[in-house]
Design a binder for this molecule. Structure first.
Ligand SMILES: [Zn+2]
Length: 150
């Protein structure tokens, strides 16, 4: 893994982790690091592969992160290939379109486990905003999350 593709994978598909989100506003402005992510979906010789961080695999969050990354694997397959899918994630809009259903699947698992549905939806909507670099759209993403993820 090196070069442009690697940077793209890091930026686009990973699920932002609680460590980054728990940080205060000043720290939250820094660039995301690999260890911030609970899970990553990437391409390996054209095959779509998800990796879930070791400590997450051993935690209660595992099912939620697995649900999220499973959606990205389905998206890659539906798009016609892993590399083509990742290469398509070049705009805030495309990132939002791929992350909304992934976080929706994650939200359903979290709520089924007892998480507060409204607070969790807001949390995930803001994660999508941060991940897409479209913070000015966060209210719209929250509305879409509510409308599209029932
Ligand atoms: Zn994602």
């Amino acid at each position: 893994m090196s070069g442009f593709g690697s940077a793209l994978r890091r930026l686009v598909v990973p699920t932002l982790g609680a460590v980054a989100l728990a940080a205060g506003p000043a720290q939250a402005q820094r660039a995301a690091r690999a260890e911030d992510f609970l899970g990553v979906t990437r391409c390996d010789s054209g095959q779509v592969v998800s990796e879930i961080r070791e400590d997450v695999r051993r935690s209660d969050l595992r099912a939620e992160v697995e649900a999220h990354e499973a959606v990205h694997r389905q998206q890659a397959a539906a798009y016609g290939g892993c590399e083509a899918f990742l290469a398509s994630l070049t705009t805030a809009r495309r990132i939002i379109e791929s992350e909304l259903p992934a976080y929706c699947a994650q939200w359903k698992v979290a709520v089924a486990r007892g998480a507060d549905s409204v607070a969790t939806r807001l949390d995930y909507a803001w994660r999508i905003s941060a991940q897409s670099g479209a913070m000015e759209n966060r209210l719209d993403i929250t509305r879409r999350f509510r409308d599209e993820c029932g």
